[in-house]
Design a protein around this ligand. Structure first.
Ligand SMILES: *Cc1c(COP(=O)(O)O)cnc(C)c1O
Length: 418
């Protein structure tokens, strides 16, 4: 029965044709309904229209129909829907990387003469975009102190169109007063965009920060990190709750030709059901390691917002404290140590090299634990008062056994930082 019911009704299908043609124009159409745990992977540049009238009628803007691969497939529409839901938003756009998502927001909302504000601890390539292309387009930027909301307020001028927020800072991990920052943007009538990669839609709700509806306007994520979870996909998302704002960004998204591949979208969809479990497990492990690190003499400072001594701990508690039932709050599995300045750069490099389980590499959110030394003096205007002097090393904790990771850190420390 299924075999006969599913051939196409095309009368031309019975005309004898060459095998090259038959390999392309085959009358068999698979049955419409196929339910399985994961959605299908749809891949397309071309999308077929049954006739010219349908082609003219279909609208790509409202996702009611398919027109061209770049404008979406069932697979990308599904992923957009899930990411919007994860973050408490209503609309989502996918971009080929987290950085492309940041660029989309800037290019979609800013024009010559406008100004954008960025926190001094912002994701580095985002700052580079402001100093490079945005400046070339006549869009100026200012960098504000993420730990002083008054500094942010002071820098807003009539030309300020967009304020970037980031919680926590992705290398230095200080947690800003996000509630005060979001309120300020609201009061000053300027759009706020949060780089929510650290929070991953799990540590807090960017569209309801205080439980009473305080929201940012835009939440961007590098899906590259926890949502993909494998260290093998690059993707970004831009989530909103305002249809007009989404439309503005979507038109820019279309004009820039941003799209994501079906296989990559499927990889993220496949990883999403385990996202909360992976995030929580890596969080637990990172906190135990950060607490251990705080007791080690070579580390002048340990930066992890859940540690009471870490900069912005109270702000972290204010927005992330209620995120899990156990009342422990939620945090990404990142922490940094400032290695005492009495150790040379060579010794710090030797420490990183001596680690066996921690691999040297950028990014985070995959199964592998990663380590990376950073040159803080090249990343900040001035050395922030809340950071100890020394060399900063960031650890991104993966899914290995915590005791094994601690043993690796201890061994490398004893070998190189004695
Ligand atoms: C990784 C990251 C990005 C960029 O994501 P890519 O997919 O690597 O381009 C942006 N912001 C933060 C905070 C990140 O950690």
């Amino acid at each position: 029965m299924p075999h006969t019911a599913t051939t196409s009704a095309d009368p031309a299908a019975s005309v004898p044709r060459a095998s090259s043609t038959r390999l392309i124009h085959h009358p068999y159409v698979p049955p419409a309904e196929f339910e399985a745990p994961q959605p299908a992977v749809h891949k397309a540049s071309t999308v077929f229209f049954p006739n010219v009238a349908a082609m003219r009628e279909r609208q790509w803007m409202d996702k009611s129909a398919y027109t061209y691969g770049l404008h979406g497939t069932p697979t990308t529409f599904t992923l957009e829907e899930r990411i919007a839901t994860l973050e408490g938003g209503l609309q989502c756009l996918l971009a080929p990387s987290g950085l492309a998502a940041l660029a989309l927001v800037n290019l979609g909302l800013l024009k010559t003469g406008d100004e954008v504000l960025l926190p001094d601890n912002a994701y580095g390539p985002g700052k580079d975009l402001a100093a490079g292309e945005l400046r070339q387009f006549g869009i100026t930027h200012q960098v504000y102190d993420p730990m002083k909301p008054a500094d942010l307020a002071d820098r807003v001028t009539p030309r300020t169109r967009l304020v970037w927020l980031e919680a926590a800072g992705s290398v230095t991990l200080e947690f800003p007063d996000l509630l005060a920052q979001a309120r300020l943007c609201r009061e000053l009538g300027v759009l706020s965009a949060l780089d929510n990669t650290w929070g991953a839609g799990l540590a807090f709700n960017p569209f309801n920060l205080d439980g009473r509806g305080l929201a940012v306007d835009i939440s961007v994520q590098a899906l590259t990190k926890y949502p993909s979870g494998g260290g093998d996909v690059l993707m970004g998302s831009v989530v909103t709750r305002d249809a007009a704002l989404h439309r503005k960004l979507k038109l820019c998204h279309m004009r820039l030709g941003l799209g994501v591949g079906g296989n990559d979208a499927e990889a993220v969809l496949r990883a999403l059901p385990t996202l909360p479990l992976r995030y929580a497990a890596a969080d637990r492990s990172a906190r135990r390691l950060a607490e251990w690190a705080a007791r080690q003499a070579p580390f002048a400072q340990v930066l992890h917002p859940a540690l009471p001594a870490s900069p912005g701990h109270a702000h972290w508690q204010a927005v992330c404290g209620a995120a899990d039932a156990a009342g422990q709050g939620a945090a990404a599995s990142l922490f940094s140590v400032v290695i005492d300045e009495k150790f040379s750069r060579e010794q710090v490099d030797a420490f990183c090299d001596a680690l066996r389980l921690f691999r040297i590499g950028y990014s985070w959110g995959g199964p592998f634990s990663l380590v990376m030394p950073y040159e803080l003096q090249t990343m900040r205007h001035d050395w922030p008062a809340h950071l100890a002097r020394g060399t900063l090393v960031r650890f991104a904790i993966g899914l290995e056994d915590t005791a094994d990771l601690q043993g690796d850190l201890q061994h490398a420390m004893q070998q190189t930082l004695a």
